[in-house]
Design a binder for this molecule. Structure first.
Ligand code: ATP
Ligand code: MG
Length: 631
């Protein structure tokens, strides 16, 4: 077994040799001529000269050995349906979809926007685009028409693929009226709309523009659409960031680098073997869904499970029942989902046989220690945090147990992942911080490894200016997150660079205060923001969701709990970190990808306009905050 330290060093010091080796994990039509062309920094062209196809690597390549193995299982607790597709069946469905898209005029380089619920047809459409070299742009289903319209304008799709409706918690959300409105609002008009009819809401079809998937599919049952071999640098898709800190950025991803990075991650991070089963509870509208519901597991020859529904419906055992039934080996979720489960009866976790499960990976936001400990002891498998961004497409920090088993450290997403030349930078001077336990901006020295964003869609300038120019005096990629690294190379993420508050001259990370408050036995979830204060510059305000809201109706009970929380902060972090108020709320305002919208919280707490809220999940949560702070 090779040591991870040596493996990592090679990925940086002998970059091209390292990635040439990893490139052998996928099929190439023409092998790459150049491993990394970095002649025009910060733009990296990985595997230039090579031609390949993502769909070939995800589907066709496995037909020889595993045509009859399940490739995709689509489970919906919203419609009570379960449907499995073998690799052979997936191959057929993808070709039908590809033929239909071609019939609608889609050619290589054209954009296809997907506005889809978590149904198998969404996977077919993504893979079909990849197959014919079209660029997909998945927009999270159920986004309001304004958000959808701005994405349609940005991506300028020739075709939009959608469905009559999504469903959430048993409530049908019709998509077609939202889509029609979005197209109305958008300056760009797609030539065609392909509608999947789930029989949930029906859809008014516009003659000449709208087409029914089932009808067109029936005309292409025997379709044979060969894979289009595209350049390694050909864009495979665009995808917007979550919009936690501002206007979402359109991330553009390549083809060859992405396939290689995912294949390498499946081996070295996930230790995945062909035939294993992957359950990723994200949504295809997010980067985690792209990489680890669709492309990563399929490239690795696994069975991947798509799940439409809530984690607690019909009850909080639903995910574990899926693990038992499909003998899931790898599971990927988000801390926010685990915290939802933590509020439920823990008995659901012991009801099912989970012996197939090897580990649970979590990403998307800080994994607080109480949550990690709770789920770890409940499942009895390693809980592996991993830190990355829509921009990077795959983990920046985690444990590469496939290279060398490494112990997790609570509160740390692990070490720098191979290929990422991670640095901690002093924000003011731009100097690299090399000594352990110093706090700096987490930055990545170019070139970014394969799989990361090539640029911002049609906006090279925004790519350079946003990501590469924030640190004085050097061209280096900023993650806009704070971190420290301990003496053994484990990183700790301390929050976003704009989540630092300054109380009477003391700079405090809101994350530290949150961690502390979350350790109170009656706190399920908490967000801390800094708000302007005439005296101290800024003070911390906490918004906490109690685990047990019963008994907190009386103002005295809330005050008592608030006092307990403040004492806890005093004792652990000192009085300077003590929040001025701890408000108890029933939910925190979050993006639809489950991230706390701190900038909106902060704006509302400071009685400012919260700005772009297009990616917000539940407006009621913010309304509640507004009511509390104006009280
Ligand atoms: P935007 O960039 O549009 O404001 P966003 O940053 O929330 O939105 P994503 O790309 O979905 O969009 O999220 C990446 C960010 O999520 C990271 O930069 C980091 O702040 C946070 N994050 C992701 N994983 C972790 C993790 N394991 N630990 C701590 N933070 C994490
Ligand atoms: Mg971001």
């Amino acid at each position: 077994m090779s040591s991870y330290a040596a493996f990592y060093r090679q990925s940086i010091d002998e970059r091209d040799a390292f990635w040439a080796e990893q490139a052998r994990r996928i099929d190439w039509h023409t092998p790459p001529q150049t491993i990394c062309d970095y002649s025009n920094p910060p733009f990296a062209r990985w595997f230039a000269g090579g031609t390949t196809n993502l769909c070939h690597n995800a589907v066709d390549r496995h037909l020889a050995a595993r045509a009859q193995q399940n490739a995709l299982v689509a489970i919906s607790t919203e419609t009570d349906t379960e449907r499995a597709y073998t690799y052979a069946e997936l191959h057929a469905e993808v070709q039908r979809m590809a033929a239909v898209l071609q019939a609608l005029g889609v050619r290589q380089g054209d954009r296809v926007l997907l506005y889809m619920p978590m149904i198998a047809e969404a996977a077919f459409a993504m893979l079909a685009c990849a197959r014919i070299g079209a660029i997909h742009s998945v927009v999270f289903g159920g986004f309001a028409s304004g958000s959808l319209a701005s994405r349609i304008e940005d991506a300028e799709p020739l075709v939009v693929v959608s469905a009559d409706a999504g469903s959430r918690g048993g409530k049908v959300v019709p998509y077609k009226p939202l889509l029609d409105e979005a197209i109305e609002l958008s300056r760009h008009k797609p030539a065609a709309v392909l509608m999947v009819d789930r029989g949930l809401a029906g859809a008014a079809m516009r003659a000449g523009r709208d087409h029914d998937w089932a009808a067109l599919r029936a005309q292409h049952l025997d379709a044979q659409v060969p894979c289009t071999w595209v350049d390694a640098t050909h864009p495979s898709y665009t995808l917007y960031t979550s919009g936690t800190t501002g206007r979402p950025k359109g991330v553009q991803r390549d083809t060859g680098g992405y396939a290689v990075a995912l294949a390498a991650s499946m081996r070295h991070i996930f230790q995945a073997d062909p035939g294993d089963t992957y359950l990723c509870t994200s949504d295809i509208g997010w980067v985690v869904g792209h990489s680890y519901i669709i492309y990563g597991p399929l490239i690795a020859g696994m069975t991947t499970i798509m799940y439409e529904g809530l984690p607690i419906r019909p009850d909080a055992g639903i995910w574990w029942s899926i693990v038992e039934k499909y003998r899931v080996t790898h599971m990927f979720s988000a801390p926010t989902a685990v915290r939802v489960l933590k509020k439920q009866d823990p008995a659901y976790l012991s009801k099912y046989k989970l012996s197939s499960l090897k580990a649970l990976w979590l990403a998307g936001e800080p994994l607080d220690e109480p949550t990690a400990q709770w789920i770890g002891s409940a499942l009895g498998v390693p809980i592996i945090d991993n830190y990355w961004q829509t921009e990077t497409g795959w983990p920046i920090l985690t444990l590469c147990n496939g290279v060398e088993p490494q112990a997790a450290r609570l509160g740390s997403p692990g070490k720098a992942v191979f290929g990422y030349n991670v640095k901690l930078i002093d924000e003011a001077t731009g100097a690299e911080l090399t000594a352990p336990n110093q706090k700096g901006v987490v930055a990545i020295e170019g070139p970014l490894p394969p799989g990361c964003l090539q640029t911002v869609w049609r906006d090279d300038e925004r790519f350079v200016n946003t990501y590469w120019k924030s640190i004085p005096g050097r061209l280096i990629y900023s993650t806009f997150d704070w971190g420290i690294r301990d003496a053994d190379g484990y990183y700790f993420i301390l929050g976003r660079t704009d989540d630092v508050i300054n109380v009477a001259g003391h700079r405090l990370g809101t994350r530290e205060i949150e961690e502390c408050i979350a350790s109170h036995p009656n706190v399920a979830e908490v967000a801390v923001v800094g708000v302007a204060d005439a005296l101290k510059g800024q003070v911390a305000l906490a918004f906490a969701v109690p685990k047990n809201a019963a008994g907190l109706e009386a103002p005295e009970a809330r005050l008592r709990l608030e006092g307990e929380v403040m004492k806890l902060v005093d004792a652990r972090l000192g009085a300077v970190a003590r929040p001025a108020r701890v408000h108890f709320v029933s939910a925190l305002p979050k993006t639809r990808s489950g991230k706390v919208l701190r900038r909106a919280l902060q704006a509302v707490a400071e009685r400012r306009d919260p700005g772009d809220l297009t990616t917000m999940e539940d407006p009621a949560a913010l309304a509640q905050v507004k009511a509390l702070v104006t009280e």
